[in-house]
Design a protein. Structure first.
Length: 309
């Protein structure tokens, strides 16, 4: 009884916070519409038939009339009926892979578990005709032409981001692009695809030794045990998405600009960018061969000037 009341109070507080946040953006940011966003995306170079892996910040776009669903609709307008959208729908209980692995009774259930990745993924997840991969920590959701193929094998993949995963399949799609809406080069999961593909040949030992098996339940109620290998915590603290690694984010931003791979523009009020997936991957591999990774020290960055062939 008490627990129920607590849950209801938490939900009410959450709803009030959301409404207050939206009011603040509505009064303080420029207003943008689905049509305006779709036009900006086209100007940025997003084209019909594209397959997009999108990392986003809703509030960076300005005040979007129609909210997150209007942004999803604008993305769908930009890629058209032959296009595909792929968004992170990760559910990470405890906030890290290691914490999730330490929960003995945790069973991921796509019907019950939402996502911690922001409003746009939440909106896509709640939309009709959307597929969601079955994965205890790094589930993704997808809409469009390649949605089924990108999501269907995640729970059978030997690693989160490697062979059989949505990332590895995404790289193989024509016109595959990683799109950032109002985000830096920090929160970009794509980097991990190279780590899983290279395994022990990757120049940084990014994982802990043990691989845990975490449980998932699929839509038919069947239970799957999925291998998850946590990141080494000390190494993860040096990573590009850590608040203290502005130097790495700046390096990668300028490096991909210098390589002619990053296309920059504006969508709504947000700075936006995209990088073609295959070029992104190949360039990451080339950088890794020079010891420049998303974990590089300042000395390693200094040893390889930006734009060096
Ligand atoms: C963390 C992160 C999601 C925060 O961005 P954000 O814009 O604050 O959060 P969301 O996208 O969830 O949007 C919610 C915000 O939009 C605001 N909002 C609500 N309605 C809105 C509307 N109609 N138009 C614009 N903004 C609106 C909300 O008020 C809220 O802001 P607040 O928290 O200041 O109140 C973003 O910085 C990020 O890192 N995105 C990438 C996440 C990711 O893909 N991670 C994987 C990496 S491995």
């Amino acid at each position: 009884m008490l627990e129920q009341a607590r849950r209801a109070a938490r939900a009410a507080l959450g709803a009030w916070r959301r409404a207050a946040g939206a009011r603040h953006v509505r009064h303080n940011a420029p207003h943008v519409t689905r049509a305006g966003l779709a036009a900006d995306l086209a100007r940025l170079g997003i084209a019909p038939g594209d397959t997009l892996f999108v990392h986003s910040s809703l509030k960076s776009l300005g005040y979007v009339e129609g909210g997150a669903l209007a942004v999803i609709a604008a993305l769908q307008d930009a890629v058209g009926p032959q296009g595909t959208l792929l968004l992170p729908a990760y559910y990470l209980p405890g906030g890290t892979l290691r914490a999730a692995c330490a929960m003995p009774d945790y069973v991921f259930d796509p019907r019950r578990h939402g996502t911690h990745m922001g409003r746009l993924p939440e909106a896509l997840l709640a939309s009709a005709g959307v597929r969601r991969s079955l994965h205890p920590t790094h589930s993704v959701c997808a809409w469009g032409r390649h949605a089924a193929d990108l999501t269907e094998a995640h729970h059978r993949a030997p690693s989160i981001f490697g062979m059989g995963s949505p990332w590895q399949r995404f790289i193989g799609c024509e016109q595959a692009k990683v799109l950032g809406l109002g985000i830096s080069m920090g929160p970009v999961t794509f980097y991990h695809a190279l780590e899983d593909a290279m395994g022990d040949a990757f120049p940084v030992p990014v994982w802990e030794d043990r691989t845990a098996l975490l449980a998932c339940r699929d839509h038919a109620g069947r239970r799957w045990e999925v291998p998850v290998r946590p990141f080494d915590q000390a190494v993860a603290r040096r990573r590009i998405d850590h608040p203290g690694r502005g130097d790495l984010r700046d390096y990668f931003h300028r490096e991909f600009d210098a390589a002619g791979l990053r296309v920059n523009g504006q969508v709504g009020d947000a700075a936006a960018w995209w990088i073609p997936a295959q070029g992104f991957y190949d360039h990451l591999r080339q950088l890794a061969s020079n010891n420049v990774t998303i974990y590089a020290s300042a000395a390693q960055l200094a040893a390889r000037p930006i734009g060096q062939a």
